[in-house]
Design a protein around this ligand. Sequence first.
Ligand code: SF4
Length: 373
Amino acid sequence: MRYIDEYRNKGLIQAIAERIKMSLPGYPIKIMEVCGTHTHNFYRFGLDKLIPPNLKLISGPGCPVCVSTQDYIDSCINLAGYKDVILTTFGDMLAVPGSNSSLEKARARLGNIQVIYSPLDSLAIAQNNPGKKIVFLAVGFETTAPGIAITILKAKREKIRNFFIFSSLKLMPPTMEFLLKDKQLHLHGFLCPGHVSAIIGINAYLPLSRKYKICCCVAGFEPVDILDGIYLILRQIAEKRTGVENQYSRVVTAAGNRKAQSIIRQVFEVEDACWRGLGVIPASGLRIKREFSGFDARVNFSLNLDHGSESRLAAARVKSANLQKRCRCDDVLRGIIQPDQCSLFKKICTPDQPYGPCMVSIEGACHAYYKYL
Ligand code: SF4
């Protein structure tokens, strides 16, 4: 099959793995694969077995479900408590733990949480239930935002008044910059997220690469893509240069999808956002603009989102000495530890009974480790 077979070609995979070995410098290298799909496919295709031990791939915060804060989940559960509300969500949000419960438990108790596959499904539910208020839980990155913006524009055009978005949309480059400031990390390169880059383009990473002298490569998701992306980063290191390379040129351009960017700008504005385990990161989220506030759940419902609490939690977790008992998703999301270094991994925390969000989604690093290692 075109775009599949040639990117899973065993001979080519071996050849790139060999090139990777030859290009490694004589010191350990740490590359972060930012996107959850990279993490998943890296282990799914056994690529970890092909790279030498002094090349460390670490997972980043590129799983939207994993970075949704407890506060956000708690507010969603509160919303579900409104008698006239139907909550709509992507399925992988259901098991994410809030402070005391999850949407899955709330669904069993209240029965008004529906799993959908697109925000447009949510709009259709609003049209079919005029006596109810339909709230879509908008979780995702730059990739998800255009579809949600289009849905809001459609709702406005069709004068649908019972449809709301509860945005937890997040932006990648500011968070990558946040990680580069982390003194514990010492990254040599970023394998940049392919899906996000299809929207924002490779130019979006140029300021980051220049300011922090970090090697970046946008890569696709097949085994050849991932290994080739790693090799292109190592080549930059070997040639003592930093920049942004585009391994995924069959999908990603320099400027990205300008139409999608324009739709995002039309409906959303940038805000500081709170990430689970990381705290508040400046200019890393999207909120609905005032002219579309009729569709903004934050404006139309009484929601008590305390962004400071996640920052306080994050600070407390960093200081906490009791690593044996706590979920270490914050350290996993910051790339400080690998999932199997968490004492709860596989013992208490499994995909059937996730203790933390990184075990919930198939894009979560802990889930990928559990499934394939
Ligand atoms: S294994 Fe479970 S408890 Fe440990 S960091 Fe991952 S999600 Fe959290």
